[in-house]
Write a protein that binds this ligand. Structure first.
Ligand code: 2AM
Ligand code: CA
Length: 264
């Protein structure tokens, strides 16, 4: 990608994200319309839809040859990774958006032919922008995030949802229990994008979860890549960008230590 194109995308993505964040903050003054998707815990609001449509309108106008993959389905039918694709979650952590008015994020990963170009995760409640550009590093607002050092499980704080610590269909919960027991502590924030941004910025040492969609992790992977974080499926295989994936994201060293417990 040419430098000028990249700068134009960066400026646009940052400006639109700031505008969208303001719309989300303002929405707390109005009554939200909440509906269910697949089940009672799978919520969507009018704002998830509005924000996704907002981005799509902007992108189509300024970058008509780019494609959009959005959680709410207003984007394009994406069959493969060719071209420039904006992978957008208008609100990651919708349950938090509804219940807490905090701990939710706008997540945007921009890929060219399957390669991560730029990632933005905007933690709206805290007004923190996590931003990364391929080869140029990752930032928390104006602060350049340092490369992640190695750590061990006994010194690690791990992001993991309680769902995976009890019997479940997707992973041997006894292995997850062992990781929880051997770690320094666990946390669960309810927004995968924020949890990945926390790993990239060293607030969490690892994050693991069993089922994420492309819009949940697209931006986070680009951030992690810039700081030397490692992200794979929980069986150690590469993450597939356009599919649902399990995710293990961690500092170097720790990733291997956790994986050794999960795949034995
Ligand atoms: P969402 O709020 O955008 O739906 C909650 O633990 C995290 O997992 C959130 O990032 C949430 O994203 C995501 N999530 C919740 N249900 C999911 C599902 N069925 N598939 C994929 N991701 C999901
Ligand atoms: Ca969402």
């Amino acid at each position: 990608m040419e430098k000028e194109t990249c700068i134009k995308i960066e400026e646009a993505a940052k400006a639109w994200t700031a505008e969208a964040a303001e719309m989300l903050q303002k929405s707390f003054e109005d009554t939200l319309t909440i509906t269910y998707k697949s089940h009672i815990a799978d919520l969507v609001t009018n704002m998830d839809k509005n924000i996704e449509k907002f981005f799509i309108e902007k992108i189509q106008k300024v970058f008509p040859d780019h494609k959009v993959l959005g959680e709410e389905g207003y984007g394009d039918e994406i069959q493969d990774t060719s071209g420039i694709i904006w992978i957008i979650d208008p609100i990651d952590g919708t349950t938090n958006f509804i219940h807490q008015q905090s701990n939710f994020a706008i997540s945007i990963g921009i890929y060219e032919d399957g390669k991560g170009i730029m990632g933005l995760i905007y933690d709206v409640g805290n007004q923190n922008l996590y931003f990364a550009k391929d080869g140029k590093g990752a930032f928390l607002n104006d602060y350049k995030l340092p490369k992640l050092d190695k750590t061990t499980l006994s010194e690690a704080v791990i992001g993991v949802n309680a769902t995976w610590v009890g019997p479940n269909k997707r992973i041997n919960h006894e292995n997850v229990q062992e990781i929880v027991r051997k770690s320094r502590g666990t946390r669960s924030y309810g927004s995968a994008a924020i949890e990945l941004a926390y790993v990239a910025s060293g607030k969490l040492d690892a994050y693991m979860t069993m089922r994420l969609s492309p819009w949940d992790f697209a931006a986070g992977l680009i951030l992690l890549n810039e700081v030397g974080g490692i992200a794979t499926n929980t069986d150690g295989k590469p993450i597939q960008l356009l599919k649902q994936n399990s995710i293990l994201a961690a500092r170097p060293g720790l990733h291997e230590e956790i994986l050794n417990v999960l795949v034995r």
